[in-house]
Design a protein around this ligand. Structure first.
Ligand SMILES: *Cc1c(COP(=O)(O)O)cnc(C)c1O
Length: 455
C-alpha cells in the first residue's frame, strides 16, 4: 500500500511540476527525434522491473519529447489544455480501472456519463431527448453519427443495413461542404460508402457552406436516401454553416443532417456567439469534441443523436453473456468500442469545474483573444485572410514561401507555436486560440515574437 502511494505520488508530482512549468517552458523545443526514439528503444526486457524504476525510466525517456501543447501559447491545430479537476478525474479513472461497458460493469462510470451527457446537451442546446455516446474524438463521433444516418435513410427505403450490409442496398446520396474536415471522408470510407459518393457543396467567402448551392443540389438530384454533413467550425476559418436554413432544406427533402461541430458547436454555450450556430437543434446527429475547446484531457468527444433508438441500432451489439443494464441504451451501446475507458468522470469534473458561466467565459475569452491576435498582426502590416468569427485566425506574410519561412521561424523560436495551412490555394499561418489558460499577455507576447521573426 505504501509502495503504491509512493508510486502514484511520484507520477502525480511529476505531472503537476510539468504543468506548472508550461507557461514559461519553450513551446517549440528543438527536438532530437533520434534521441527520444533511442531512449525508449532496446530489447524486450526479460526480467521484471520494480514499478518505481519503470516510472523513473519513463520520465527520463519521455521528458525531452514532450510538446507543451497544454500550455497557454500553443496555437497549433485546434488544441485545448486540460482543466485541473478534469485531469485529476482522469487520473482517478485510471486508478479505479473501471470498465465503462455498461451499468453492470461500472454503475459509477455510466452514471457520470449520463449526468455529464445531460449537462452537455443543455450547454450545447441539443434536445434533452438525444442520446450521447462518449467517444475518443470527433473522428469517432462523425463515424457514429454517420452510421446512425446510414441506418435510418436505408431503413426509410426498406433496407436493414446492419443485417444486409451495403451490397445490393439502395444508393445513398451524401452531400457535404467542400471545406469539410478530412475525418468525414474517413468515416465514409469506414462505413463502406467511400469518398467518391460525396457531392461537394461550394463554400462562401469565409468557408461556410453556400446554402443556395445546397438547395440547387438537393433539387437537381434524386429524392432517395440522402445524408447531408454540415459543419460548425471550419478548421481553417472557424466559419459555421447556416444550420437552421440548411436543416430545414434537407428535412423538406427527407434527408438526415449530421453536424460536425468538433469545436464550433461550443459557440452555443456563449450567449454572445450562439447566433453562429442558430438552428443546431434541428439536426439529427452531432459530433463535438471535449478535448479541444472544452479543455478536457485526451481522448474525449461526444456523438449525439436525436433518436436514441437509431443510435443504438447502428452502434450496439448483443451477446448471450451480456446481461445489459436494462432500460435506455448507455455506455458501449452508443460507441464503436466494447470495453472502454471511463471518460465520463473527466467530462463531469470539467463541467463541474467551469460551470455554465465558466464554459461561456472560455469561449468568449478565446474569441476575443483571436480578434486581439488578428488586430495585432494586421496593425503590423500583415494580412489577416479570414473573417475572425470564432477562435481561428489565418495570417499571410506575403508570398507562400515567406509565410512558410515565418511559420518555421516561429516554431523554432519557442515563444509560441503556430502551424501552417493551405486555404484557397494559399499558404497561411493558422492560429487557434482554444486554451482556457491563455491570457492577453500570452497573445501580446506571441504577436511581438511573430512580428520580430517576420521582420
Ligand atoms: C478536430 C476536428 C475533427 C476531428 O476531431 P478529432 O477529435 O481529432 O477526432 C473533426 N472535425 C472538425 C471540424 C475538427 O476541427
Amino acid at each position: 500500500m505504501e509502495d503504491l502511494r509512493h508510486l502514484f505520488r511520484l507520477a502525480a508530482d511529476h505531472a503537476a511540476a510539468y504543468r506548472r512549468s508550461l507557461p514559461e517552458r519553450p513551446v517549440g523545443v528543438p527536438l532530437d527525434r533520434a534521441a527520444v526514439t533511442d531512449a525508449f528503444s532496446g530489447p524486450l526486457p526479460t526480467a521484471p522491473c520494480p514499478p518505481e524504476q519503470v516510472v523513473a525510466d519513463l520520465l527520463a525517456a519521455a521528458e525531452p519529447g514532450l510538446v507543451a501543447s497544454a500550455g497557454p501559447r500553443y496555437f497549433g491545430f485546434v488544441v485545448g489544455g486540460a482543466l485541473p479537476a478534469a485531469t485529476a478525474a482522469d487520473m482517478l479513472a485510471a486508478g479505479w480501472d473501471q470498465l465503462a461497458f455498461n451499468a453492470v460493469t461500472s454503475p459509477a462510470a455510466v452514471a457520470a456519463e449520463e449526468a455529464a451527457g445531460g449537462w452537455l446537451k443543455e450547454l450545447l442546446r441539443i434536445p434533452a431527448s438525444a442520446s450521447v455516446g462518449f467517444v475518443t474524438g470527433a473522428q469517432a463521433a462523425n463515424t457514429a453519427g454517420l452510421a446512425a444516418a446510414r441506418h435510418q435513410v436505408l431503413a426509410d427505403a426498406g433496407w436493414d443495413v446492419e443485417r444486409r450490409g451495403l451490397l445490393g442496398a439502395p444508393p445513398i446520396r451524401v452531400i457535404a461542404g467542400e471545406e469539410r474536415h478530412g475525418t468525414i471522408d474517413r468515416s465514409l470510407r469506414l462505413l463502406g460508402l467511400g469518398v467518391d459518393v460525396v457531392e461537394p457543396v461550394p463554400a462562401g467567402p469565409n468557408g461556410a457552406m453556400d446554402v443556395g448551392a445546397l438547395r440547387a443540389l438537393l433539387r437537381a438530384g434524386s429524392a432517395g436516401p440522402t445524408i447531408v454533413c454540415l459543419q460548425a467550425g471550419n478548421v481553417n476559418t472557424g466559419a459555421c454553416d447556416e444550420l437552421r436554413e440548411a436543416c430545414e432544406l434537407v428535412h423538406r427533402h427527407g434527408g438526415w443532417v449530421h453536424v460536425d461541430g468538433a469545436f464550433g458547436l461550443w459557440a452555443a454555450a456563449s450567449p454572445g456567439r450562439r447566433h453562429l450556430v442558430d438552428g443546431l437543434e434541428l439536426a439529427d446527429s452531432w459530433a463535438c469534441d471535449g478535448h479541444k475547446w472544452l479543455n478536457l484531457p485526451y481522448d474525449s468527444a461526444f456523438a449525439f443523436c436525436a433518436r436514441p433508438d437509431v443510435h443504438a441500432a447502428a452502434m450496439s451489439y448483443a451477446a448471450a453473456y451480456l446481461v445489459g443494464s436494462g432500460g435506455a441504451p448507455a455506455g458501449a451501446d452508443l460507441t464503436a468500442e466494447s470495453s472502454r475507458r471511463a471518460r465520463g468522470f473527466a467530462v463531469w469534473a470539467g463541467l463541474r469545474e467551469l460551470g455554465r458561466d465558466g464554459v461561456a467565459a472560455v469561449v468568449d475569452r478565446c474569441c476575443a483573444l483571436a480578434r486581439r491576435f488578428a488586430a495585432g498582426l494586421a496593425a503590423a502590416g500583415f494580412e489577416v485572410a479570414n473573417d475572425v468569427v470564432l477562435n481561428q485566425v489565418l495570417v499571410g506574410f506575403g508570398d507562400d514561401g515567406r509565410t512558410d519561412r515565418v511559420v518555421a521561424a516561429v516554431q523554432a523560436d519557442g515563444t509560441c507555436w503556430a502551424g501552417g495551412t493551405t486555404w484557397r490555394g494559399r499558404r497561411l499561418m493558422r492560429l487557434s486560440v482554444s486554451n482556457a489558460a491563455t491570457t492577453e499577455a500570452d497573445v501580446d507576447r506571441s504577436v511581438a515574437a511573430i512580428i520580430r521573426l517576420a521582420g
